[in-house]
Design a protein around this ligand. Structure first.
Ligand code: SAM
Length: 136
């Protein structure tokens, strides 16, 4: 995505103007990975490659994840138990995840990776969602 397209997309949320301006500074449409201190208490890591390959290579300690793959039926490689284990390893103790997928396989894989998982009421068109915490 070009810097102009990125700026146009983000202009819908004026409350994010300051962060959008910072993103325009660091964004480079040719990048393979962006990994830098972005703003106070925010580290930005963006990569354009298979998460199954890249995530195990990164040293991350995330506070929270929003897992936003396509549905597990269409995109099973983004929900497999090995990848969920890498997500868990890259999460701080007491860190969390949320996802609009409520599929049983997703819940089981996140539990197998060490998260304590809850199914909750969804939002908008989504009937249910999952959230979870990594034990402290
Ligand atoms: C539902 S979209 C969400 C995208 C983004 N969160 C958004 O709101 O625009 C799912 C995304 O997962 C990406 N994806 C699918 N399989 C992937 C993989 N193995 N590794 C990394 N990304 C993947 C797709 O390219 C797509 O951009």
């Amino acid at each position: 995505m070009s810097n102009e397209d990125m700026a146009k997309a983000l202009s819908q949320w004026p409350a994010l103007d300051e962060l959008a301006a910072r993103l325009a500074e660091v964004w480079n449409p040719e990048f393979e990975i962006i990994d830098e201190d972005f703003a106070e208490d925010i580290r930005l890591t963006v990569f354009m490659s298979d998460a199954n390959v890249r995530l195990p290579q990164l040293q991350l300690e995330a506070d929270a994840w929003y897992l936003d793959g396509f549905s597990p039926a269409k995109n099973p490689e983004l929900w497999n138990v090995e990848l969920m284990q890498h997500v868990s390893t890259a999460t701080k103790p007491a860190g969390s995840f949320a996802t609009y997928s409520a599929a049983g396989a997703v819940r089981r894989n996140l539990e197998a990776a060490g998260f304590s998982v809850e199914r909750k009421q969804g939002f908008g068109t989504k009937r249910e969602m999952l959230t979870g915490i990594k034990p402290a």
